[in-house]
Design a protein around this ligand. Sequence first.
Ligand code: TYD
Length: 237
Amino acid sequence: MRETRVSVGNGLFVTFEGGEGAGKSTQIRLLADALRERGYKVLTTREPGGSPGAEAVRHVLLSGAAQDFGVRMEAMLFAAARSDHVEQIIRPAILGGTVVICDRFMDSSRVYQGVTGNLEPSFIEALERVAVNGVVPDCTIVFDLPAALGLERVHRRANTAMVPPGQEVGLDRFEREELETHEKRREAFLDIAAADPKRCHVVDAAQSASDIAAAVLSIVEPMLPGSGGGPRTEAAQ
Ligand code: TYD
């Protein structure tokens, strides 16, 4: 996908992407802690959701309430949620010098709705352009894991009786799909990373949590504001 960039703001926008059960949430927490320790202002957020409007849409999407209306409808709802999240939360934070770490973003739509939802690339591209409105991640970490391993983790999590307060239980609408579909998504994330190596970095999510955390930090560190990694960039409107 073509991205024309101009420089704005002082923050950094990092997204975490990958299949189910890859351990993104743990790693987001570890990265946020490490950056806060170094004195950075950090905001962690997630998609679908992250702003009041987008959280309302999240419920509709993950419960499967929109599934009967088709994948185009779902794709537009993901885009609507993303647009609200970008304008209400992400853009202002980056402009204020914050490091924003987001659990899933535009690449999840390219993969889940575009590739495994069989929507035509031009439709996905048009939605993406409107939704991100120039706010393209500076850095995307792609968590790579064999789909079977990820799903096994997800099932274990769903069956755990002790669920921390506020965390959702059971499998969501996307987790319920076939193994083959999950494997296709894994390939699609790797394809995106291969096509955009400046932005995307693949991390082997089968490693130990501490090895993954070290790998993630070594990717993000050189890009941090003030580290000589250059100003953050935003696609031209
Ligand atoms: P979530 O519980 O946040 O899952 P995960 O821990 O896997 O990130 O659920 C988000 C689900 O929504 C996940 O299955 C991927 C899917 N999704 C899309 O299909 N398209 C999108 O654009 C986004 C952001 C998520």
